[in-house]
Write a protein that binds this ligand. Structure first.
Ligand code: GLU
Length: 488
């Protein structure tokens, strides 16, 4: 293990969003690539919006993606507790240190005063900023007001001068402290500000690298000032771009699914989602698009992460998902599609499950597509309703169907295996050839008789997956149709 320590710090105010999942992934890849440690820290300081069930669902989604943290509220670790709501003593201790060293001071200003101040500053065309009224209160006055029980927030005394840092993705960044007013680190209600709690936690958890979205870049200036005041070494920062929709706007509900859970429910596979998220703003610079998690760990490099906004491209995710679906064994695929089929009332028999999965495999973009393609293996077929009946009007169709029935009759069992199904079709083809019926003239009417459709899975899969009883019924229905037509 190296001393590289990163953290993923979600607020449990909702489910895991794909943007946050990408942050988690980049942290995970960076940690694993460098033999370091990934910490999961739950930032639940917003008591009203934070929920324990959101925390569990975030952890479940991270596990589903394969991004387990090494330390966190669910697994423990040497720098816990890992929920901010349980770390009050650390925040209190830090506030005491900053007060003692003169880097923080109590502020008695009311909201009314602050609002009026802001209004006046804006009216003068100035940037709103706390005017340090309470910084200049005599120590005696402060003590007396506190002893009298007056409510006070604690403000950080922002040092003069520039704050600069070297961002791992953006390069050098400088902020002038002129634009940063003395900010509150502890509120009058006793709660702690995000920028403050994060520093206490990152320092306390020995975080060496902070990898997060670029919406936090301005926070970094405040956080670096706090490190300086606390005399703690600051981590290295890397701010990745945010995910945008195809229309350029920040990715949101109006673009469709945005949470990992939604993608999972639609039947995206975890390795495809991980692969896709990694490629949103990273690429090793060659032709490859498909990467397993292990390959990503081996190759991921923050220096190759693009600064441009990442555009969410559903077509690419779909394409990758199809690739991963086609890699599954029929047994694995059949397990994966089972709940989707069940949901639509489709229960496959043991003997047909794998063949049907293999049959529909080339068509699936997401697992949710399975019922649409599998339905034909279980639903009753009303042949007369088919719009492809003219395929049965060709000469020789009766003999094709009869030959097929004969070949099928020579086999046993309700469901044929794929090899036997192929042998049956081969036999029909040979016998047909001897009668001058070939190729399409054999396969097209057979397909229509078996499915009512003019395209679909390979015939051999149909012959194996439909089952003897269903096939016999359908072929007999086709023969009856032809007999009736003859008589008409
Ligand atoms: N809880 C913050 C968020 O979800 C974490 C920010 C950070 O990584 O410092 O945005």
């Amino acid at each position: 293990m190296s001393d590289v320590r990163v953290r993923f710090a979600p607020s449990p105010t909702g489910t895991l969003h794909i943007g946050s999942a990408r942050t988690a992934l980049y942290n995970f890849l960076f940690a694993r690539h460098n033999g370091g440690t990934m910490v999961l820290r739950i930032e639940d300081t917003d008591r009203k919006r934070s929920r324990r069930d959101h925390e569990s669902s975030i952890i479940r989604d991270l596990h589903w993606l394969g991004l387990q943290a090494d330390e966190g509220p669910d697994v423990g670790g040497p720098y816990g507790p890992y929920r901010q709501s349980e770390r009050t003593e650390f925040y209190e201790a830090g506030v005491r240190r900053l007060l003692e060293s003169g880097w923080a001071y109590p502020c008695f200003c009311t909201q009314e005063r602050l609002d009026a101040l802001k209004e006046q500053q804006l009216a003068r065309g100035e940037m709103p900023k706390y005017d340090r009224l309470c910084l200049h209160l005599p120590a005696e006055t402060v003590r007396a007001r506190l002893e009298a029980g007056e409510e006070a927030a604690i403000r950080f005394k922002v040092p003069a001068g520039d704050v600069s840092f070297e961002d791992l993705i953006h390069g050098p960044i400088t902020f002038s402290s002129e634009v940063i007013g003395d900010f509150i680190i502890k509120r009058t209600d006793g709660g702690f500000a995000y920028n403050y709690a994060v520093v206490i936690d990152d320092a306390g958890m020995k975080i060496t690298h902070v990898i997060r979205g670029e919406d936090h870049i301005t926070n970094t200036a405040r956080q670096l000032m706090l490190y300086q005041a606390l005399g703690e070494p600051a981590p290295v920062y890397g701010h990745h771009s945010l995910i945008h929709g195809p229309d350029g706007g920040k990715l949101s509900k109006r673009h469709g699914a945005t949470s990992i859970g939604e993608f999972r429910d639609m039947g995206y596979l975890a390795p495809a989602v991980v692969n896709y998220l990694a490629l949103l703003s990273w690429h090793p610079g060659d032709e490859r698009e498909k990467f397993s998690l292990a390959e990503l760990v081996a190759e991921f490099d923050l220096a190759r992460v693009s600064r441009s906004p990442a555009i969410f491209d559903l077509d690419k995710l779909n394409w990758l998902n199809g690739l991963y679906i086609r890699e599954l064994s029929p047994a694995a695929l059949s397990e994966q599609v089972r709940p989707y089929l069940h949901e639509e009332g489709i229960e496959l028999a043991d003997g047909q499950r794998e063949v049907v999965s293999a049959a529909i495999q080339p068509n699936l973009v997401v697992l949710e597509d399975a019922p649409r393609y599998a339905r034909l293996f279980v639903d009753d077929l009303i042949l007369s309703a088919s719009v492809h009946l003219e395929a049965l009007h060709e000469t020789g169709v009766e003999s094709v169907l009869a030959l097929f029935k004969d070949a099928l009759a020579a086999t046993t069992g309700e469901y044929l295996d794929l090899e036997t199904a192929k042998a049956v079709l081969h036999q029909v083809a040979e016998a047909g050839k001897a009668r001058g019926i070939k190729g399409k003239a054999i396969y097209k009417p057979l397909r229509v008789a078996l499915t009512g459709l003019d395209q679909g899975p390979e015939l051999s899969y149909l012959v194996a997956g439909l089952g003897r009883s269903r096939i016999e019924q359908r072929v007999d229905a086709a023969l009856a149709y032809l007999a009736e037509r003859e008589g008409a």
